[in-house]
Design a protein around this ligand. Structure first.
Ligand code: SAM
Length: 384
């Protein structure tokens, strides 16, 4: 994998050489190049920033050095340009997995108040773009984020880790849970003994203990990762990313067509939604999905509208409807509602008997006072 970094503080990225095994670089698994963005300036002061149009505090990174850098580095379709930004999609293990399949990542590290928007618009025309945030806080610059993202991604590359099995059981791995507590020698330290089961040599008991501890820890520290975000059979309910847009579009269309065939009076207002539409709403709606055997079979999305958690869409693959997946997705989206939400609101086709039955069972009541799209009814439920 080739990794390029555009930064005004190249020294900041020196730890890359410490944190990534030299072996991975020597063997050619990683090709790392750190570039001083100022190399693509042409004035005496090597200026990379200027005052914001429209006024306001701080400075904005100019577009020209980035544009010239992309040209000089021959960024092309198939490459991924990562913009580190607090207003980006939240970086997590799933995004790391997606990035690990890229041949080349080009990190554009922001500083000051960020990068001129036209750089991002241009970047989207020449390569794939990911705007990624480390979390809901503001750093001084994108270098720390680029380092963190790099470490999370490259350890997933085949051949990087000495023991690939250690990736499987880690926190945030495919099972979606936090890792169980781990112990090493000595058996007793400061009068604290290692749990007896780990010394038993009984692999089945050890696996059961670890699974229990993993769930206990997740429930205590990150309940959002657990119930009901794991279905009874262990299938995780995952947060959707822009890369899921195509499959989401296909799932929705399959559901809507099935709905119309079953009930010709039902009008689906979003039937003609395009891939670009899905990509665009994914940025606004908190969206979750379920996969079975690598196939997208369910989705639900919501966003806060005043103090209502607006559950704008819920879809289950037509061949799996009636098996309870819709109810689990509904329970999940209710469970992740932000604290500010005092009620849940949704709409469904006025003629969709089955949907209405499911929502009534889940405690939703008809709201004649709330407007919905033509041919639909609005339902709501108070949050407990
Ligand atoms: N004015 C920007 C805003 O409010 O979104 C914040 C700019 S911040 C001071 C400067 C740079 O630090 C950003 O352009 C970005 O590259 C990086 N940065 C700050 N917080 C980050 C975060 N949570 N995740 C990733 N990058 C971050």
């Amino acid at each position: 994998m080739r990794l390029d970094y555009l930064t005004i503080f190249p020294d900041y990225l020196a730890p890359l050489r410490l944190s990534l095994p030299g072996k991975a670089i020597d063997s050619g698994l990683l090709d790392i190049r750190v570039h001083d963005l100022r190399d693509w300036t042409h004035d005496r002061h090597r200026t990379v920033d200027d005052t914001p149009y429209g006024g306001g505090a701080g400075m904005v990174m100019k577009p020209e050095p980035f544009g010239e850098a992309f040209d000089a580095l021959e960024v092309q379709p198939g490459d991924t340009i990562v913009f580190t930004t607090p207003s980006g999609e939240r970086f997590d293990q799933r995004v790391a997995e997606e990035l690990a399949s890229s041949k080349r990542l080009v990190f554009a590290c922001g500083r000051y108040e960020g990068i001129d928007q036209r750089v991002l618009d241009h970047a989207r025309e020449i390569a794939e773009v990911r705007e990624l945030s480390l979390g809901d806080y503001v750093l001084n610059g994108g270098e720390v984020a680029a380092l963190a993202i790099t470490e999370a991604v490259v350890r997933l590359l085949p051949g990087f880790m000495g023991n690939a099995a250690s990736l499987v059981e880690e926190s945030h791995a495919e099972h979606g849970l936090l890792e169980y507590p781990v112990y090493t020698k000595p058996r007793t330290w400061q009068e604290r003994a290692v749990p007896e089961v780990l010394l038993s040599g009984d692999h089945a008991r050890i696996a059961a203990w670890r699974a229990t501890e993993s769930r206990r820890r997740t429930a205590q520290r990150r309940p959002d990762l657990l119930h009901p975000s794991v279905l009874d059979d262990g299938t995780p309910i995952q947060r959707a990313t822009p890369a899921d847009a195509g499959e989401l579009l296909t799932l929705q269309r399959a559901c809507w067509v099935a709905e119309q065939l079953a009930n010709p009076d039902v009008r689906v207002p979003a039937l003609h939604e395009s891939l670009a539409d899905v990509r665009s709403w994914l940025g606004e709606w908190e969206t979750y999905l379920v996969r079975r055997a690598d196939r997208l079979v369910g989705m639900v999305r919501a966003r806060l509208d005043g103090d209502a958690w607006d559950i704008g869409r819920l879809a289950v693959a037509p061949d799996l409807q009636g098996e309870g997946l819709g109810r689990r997705l509904l329970a999940h989206i209710e469970a992740v509602a932000p604290a500010a939400a005092t009620s849940y609101v949704l709409f469904t086709g006025a003629g969709s008997e089955r949907n209405q039955r499911m929502y009534r069972k889940a405690g939703y009541r008809l709201r004649r006072d709330l407007p919905g799209p033509e041919g639909a009814i609005v339902l709501s439920k108070r949050r407990r």
